[in-house]
Design a binder for this molecule. Structure first.
Ligand code: AKG
Ligand code: FE2
Length: 273
């Protein structure tokens, strides 16, 4: 394995939300791909075999709920009005997330409040992602493949696009096309466990491109640290229906596999007949 490179340059992250100041980190380096670690904000890229892909993004995170735990000294005071807009946004998103959890609770045949209650005093964390233009997007990812750890994530993305999701373990990816005025809602690992696997945690990543920088704002709704994580009980009927569906899917898969293995390979004569 090649020698681990040192990071040649990490420039400070300028927190002047909403417009991040970004300087092209590549100005600083030569472009020897065998050796160089590319630095971007406080994140860096690599193009070395054997090293994990790092994210081509800059982030600002703030912890918005519970309100009593807010540390305003860590919130930017510029531009003017930022704080009140952010407070209002956080509150609206908390309300929206609670509504979404109500709908999901009802879909599980539970009381409306069941999922939110399982989070105890729900935490909220807002992460502003800025993905600068990337000169070689094929060597980079804005954000590596992951599932969000929390209960539910509400994502606002601009019109550039770059969010992708997979249902087959990363073999194929679909782009989640931006829709003006719409949020993307992802279920996280906690939501997945609460529903006993009925609602899937979204497996996703963000790609970058060489023409446009991109901005997204992810609002993570998480259980309180003291919340105990366990699958909520669904009604017997629903659970039975779920198990039947799983058994049916398994049976279909097995039949398909049997059919595939039963197909005899064509003879040379048949192919060229
Ligand atoms: O920027 C995006 O589209 C995805 C962001 C995301 O997945 C995250 O912040 O966890
Ligand atoms: Fe995510």
């Amino acid at each position: 394995m090649a020698k681990k490179p040192t990071i040649p340059f990490i420039h400070p992250l300028h927190v002047e939300y909403p417009s991040f100041q970004h300087h092209n980190p590549l100005d600083k380096f030569t472009q020897d791909h065998s050796m160089i670690v590319w630095s971007c904000g406080n994140y860096h890229l690599y193009s070395l075999q054997g090293y994990a892909v790092q994210d081509w993004r800059e982030i600002v995170t703030y912890f918005s709920y519970p309100i009593k735990a807010r540390d305003y000294s860590r919130w930017p005071d510029k531009p003017e009005g930022w704080r009140s807009v952010t407070e209002a946004y956080s509150e609206e998103l908390m309300n929206l997330a609670c509504k979404l959890l109500e709908v999901l609770s009802e879909a599980m045949d539970l009381e409306k409040e069941a999922l939110a209650r399982a989070c105890v005093d729900m935490d909220q964390k807002v992460v502003v992602n800025f993905y600068p233009k990337c000169p070689q997007p094929d060597l980079a990812l804005g954000l590596k493949r992951h599932t969000d750890p929390g209960t539910i994530t509400v994502l606002h993305q601009d019109q550039v696009g770059g969010l992708q999701a997979t249902r087959d373990g990363g073999n194929t990816w679909i782009t989640v096309q931006p829709v003006e005025g719409a949020f993307v809602v992802n279920l996280g690992d906690h939501g997945h466990y609460l529903s006993n696997g009925r609602f899937k945690n979204a497996d996703h990543q963000a790609v970058v491109n060489s023409n446009y920088s991109r901005l997204s704002i992810a609002t993570f709704q998480n259980p309180a640290p003291e919340a105990i994580v366990y699958p909520l009980k669904m009604s017997k009927d629903l659970e039975l229906a779920r198990l039947k569906k799983l058994a049916k899917e398994k049976q279909l898969q097995e039949e398909e596999l049997k059919q595939e293995t039963n197909v005899k390979p064509k003879s040379f004569e048949e192919i060229f007949a």
